[in-house]
Unconditional design. Structure first.
Length: 84
């Protein structure tokens, strides 16, 4: 059984304890990127409350993830064709 780490982070002024198997340095990086994205989105729309800001940040993160996933899959297909 894999041991889980408890990592304390701050995102948008709020303290969180993240429990998982990833190294603390990775969790801190993720939290830092989420915090940065929330501040960027807030600067574009100061009227957003924290809940809406969090949801929009999540939507943007998943959007970026899906684009990168599609690009990765395309590159995998291209690489596969080169191997054939």
């Amino acid at each position: 059984m894999t041991d889980k780490n408890r990592t304390k982070v701050e995102i948008y002024g709020q303290q969180y304890t993240i429990i998982g198997t990833d190294p603390a340095s990775h969790i801190h990086l993720v939290a830092s990127l989420v915090d940065k994205k929330m501040h960027e989105m807030r600067s574009m729309n100061a009227s957003l409350d924290t809940n809406n800001l969090a949801v929009l940040t999540a939507v943007n993160a998943v959007h970026d993830y899906l684009i990168l996933k599609e690009q990765f899959e395309l590159l995998e297909k291209q690489l596969q064709h080169l191997k054939e």
